[in-house]
Structures are given as structure tokens and as C-alpha cells.
Design a protein around this ligand. Structure first.
Ligand code: AP5
Length: 208
């Protein structure tokens, strides 16, 4: 079993969905930078106020806001961790490498057309961060989270225009990490299209 797992993959590739399932299966802590930043925005903290503009436009939040925060969260976590959305730049990956060794980097490979379809029809829960899809993975009752009863909403950055920008930002800043982890010999590419359960079966194989 691996103790530090990085989830790579473009926006909408299923990092949150698979990360949550894997965290339950392995008993690892899932650390999602996106969830942490959205919570900071909701709570109006200093970090949230600084991050909001970047997130709404689909840009990355500056490295200096993220690296310290994640280093602290990783240090506080007991047992294995699943990093969802971090690292996202080579500078973040280098900073992570100074702290811990990454055992496995999983790249969820999904074509752009499917990503746009997934993101624009995603609905998220502000209470427990569960994600749904209006067609592929709908909640049992419309607009209500199955897990905690929270009122589902559409993320501001899941609107059409912002999604396109996020995909460009991913290509420019985050895609180089595929080669980065391949060189380190820890990369596994997962075919990210198909049913959520079929993809999870591949994910589980990769962590064995
Ligand atoms: P973040 O929240 O990390 O967004 P992201 O990487 O763009 O990823 P998403 O959450 O959009 O998608 P996902 O891959 O988790 O897919 P999901 O499982 O939800 O980051 C948001 C913002 O925060 C960034 O833009 C940036 O500004 C900032 N940020 C975060 N981290 C940062 C960092 N390290 N540095 C700098 N800035 C940072 O699935 C998507 C949808 O598809 C759902 O509806 C789901 O139900 C559905 N779905 C999942 N799997 C399947 C399937 N197999 N078939 C059909 N539908 C599926």
C-alpha cells in the first residue's frame, strides 16, 4: 500500500469522485485544495478573500498561498494521504518533494469534450463537498445532497466560459507534472472515461 498518492488530471476528470472513494477504501486522509479554498471563500477568511478572484476566473491561486497551507495539512495528517488538486505546478511539486516522497501519481485521462459536459452539469454540496452530475450521477431528490441533506449548487467556475479557461490553465501549468512523475517512476495513467465504478476498479489496481 502507498502512503502518499497524488491525483493528477484535468478539471472534471473525477479526482474528487475517485479520491473520496479511495479515501474511504484505504482509510487515508483526502486533502483537496479546491475544497479548502472554497471553504475559505465561504467563511470570508483572509485566504478566501485573496483566492476568490483567481478561482472565479479559472486561474490558479498563487503558489505562495497554497504551498504553506498544504505543507501544514500534510504534516498534521496521520497515516496515508491522497492529494487532490495539489501539486498543480512544478514549483508546488518541488516543494512537496522536499517534504514527502510521492509513492503514486494517478493521472485520470479524459477528453476535453467529456470534461466540459461533466463540469457544466455538475452540482456540488457546500456542506460535505459531495459532487453529483445531473445526468450521470444525480442525487436521489433533486437539488438535495444524499449524504448530508445540503442544498446543492453550481460552482461559479463551472460556467461554460470559465471551464474553457480552466482547461487552458491545466494544459499550461499542470500537464507538465505528468512527465515530472513519469520520470520519477511513480506515474500510472488511468483511462478516466466509463462508469465511476469501472474507473475505481482501475484505481484500486494501481494502489495495490
Ligand atoms: P479544484 O476544486 O481542485 O478543481 P479542478 O481541479 O478543476 O477539479 P474539479 O473539482 O473541477 O474536478 P474533479 O477532477 O475533482 O472532478 P469531479 O470528481 O468533481 O480547484 C478549483 C480552483 O481552486 C482552481 O481552478 C484554482 O483556482 C484553485 N486551486 C485548487 N488547487 C490549487 C493549487 N494546487 N494551486 C493553485 N490553485 C489551486 O467530477 C466532475 C463531474 O463529473 C461531477 O459532476 C461527477 O459527478 C462527474 N463524474 C465523475 N466521474 C464520472 C464518470 N466516470 N462518468 C461520468 N461522470 C463522472
Amino acid at each position: 500500500m502507498k502512503s502518499v498518492i497524488v491525483l493528477l488530471g484535468p478539471p472534471g476528470s473525477g479526482k474528487g469522485t475517485q479520491g473520496e472513494m479511495l479515501s474511504e477504501k484505504l482509510g487515508y486522509t483526502r486533502l483537496s485544495t479546491g475544497d479548502m479554498l472554497r471553504e475559505a471563500v465561504r467563511n470570508g477568511t483572509e485566504l478566501g478573500l485573496k483566492a476568490k478572484g483567481y478561482m472565479d476566473s479559472g486561474a490558479l491561486v498563487p503558489n505562495d498561498l497554497i504551498i504553506g497551507l498544504m505543507k501544514e495539512k500534510i504534516a498534521q495528517s496521520k497515516g496515508g494521504v491522497i492529494l487532490d488538486g495539489f501539486p498543480r505546478t512544478v514549483e508546488q511539486a518541488d516543494a512537496l518533494a522536499q517534504q514527502v516522497e510521492v509513492d503514486l501519481a494517478l493521472d485520470l485521462d479524459v477528453p476535453d469534450e467529456e470534461l466540459v459536459n461533466r463540469l457544466t452539469k455538475r452540482r456540488s454540496c457546500p456542506g460535505c463537498n459531495a459532487v453529483y452530475h445531473l445526468v450521470y450521477n444525480p442525487p436521489k431528490a433533486e437539488g438535495v445532497c444524499d449524504k448530508c441533506g445540503g442544498q446543492l449548487y453550481q460552482r461559479d467556475d463551472d460556467k461554460d466560459e470559465t471551464v474553457k479557461n480552466r482547461l487552458n490553465v491545466y494544459r499550461e501549468n499542470t500537464m507538465p507534472l505528468i512527465g515530472y512523475y513519469e520520470k520519477k517512476g511513480v506515474l500510472t495513467v488511468i483511462e478516466g472515461t466509463g462508469s465511476i465504478d469501472d474507473i475505481f476498479a482501475q484505481v484500486q489496481k494501481a494502489v495495490q
